[in-house]
Ligand binder design. Structure first.
Ligand SMILES: CC(C)(COP(=O)(O)OP(=O)(O)OC[C@H]1O[C@@H](n2cnc3c(N)ncnc32)[C@H](O)[C@@H]1OP(=O)(O)O)[C@@H](O)C(=O)NCCC(=O)NCCS
Length: 137
């Protein structure tokens, strides 16, 4: 079955949240319908989904703030892993961000999750040293 990628619609939000829950993605306190619908309203191309036969099996957020491009919520359903879908979703995200004008990209990755860290290393991203991440909220 062919896998397709497209910008998510508000109607995809329940399936995306279910994917995140079922896929062992590190939960965040903005994993909710309100936050995702707000993201899509803010930038209709920011949330990308991968589909097989009408089922959402992957996601990525490609966020452009006018200064830097950020890649968030890269998730592939367990049954579809190690088939190149994560790589493909990141390529789609990179194309979207490049099209918007982003020259610098970042991804926040859970340090203790080897699946994630190995993925980003294998796909040509560099781990940044000499920078700390400070957060609020
Ligand atoms: C990380 C994740 C998105 C990878 O998706 P995927 O579709 O399996 O990735 P790909 O098939 O495109 O893998 C590309 C390469 O990354 C590396 N890689 C991917 N998963 C890996 C794993 N579990 N262990 C080691 N290397 C891995 C491999 O080099 C792989 O190439 P190969 O299969 O030819 O060896 C997926 O495991 C996932 O959804 N994990 C849970 C959520 C998560 O951690 N997301 C990342 C948040 S930053």
């Amino acid at each position: 079955m062919a896998t397709t990628t497209r910008s998510a619609l508000a109607s995809d939000v329940p399936a995306v949240l279910a994917l995140w829950l079922d896929s062992g993605a590190e939960p965040t306190h903005t994993d909710d319908a309100h936050s995702l619908v707000r993201l899509i309203e803010h930038d209709p191309d920011a949330l990308v989904v991968a589909e097989v036969d009408g089922e959402v099996v992957g996601s990525v957020i490609a966020a452009w703030d006018g200064w830097r491009g950020s890649v968030y919520r890269l998730v592939v359903a367990p049954a579809h892993r190690r088939q190149g879908l994560g790589r493909r979703l990141v390529e789609v995200a990179q194309q979207r961000l490049a099209g918007a004008g982003a020259l610098r990209l970042q991804a926040i990755v859970v340090e203790t999750d080897p699946r994630a860290t190995e993925f980003w290393r294998a796909t040509g991203w560099e781990q940044q040293v000499a920078r700390l991440r400070f957060v609020k909220g």
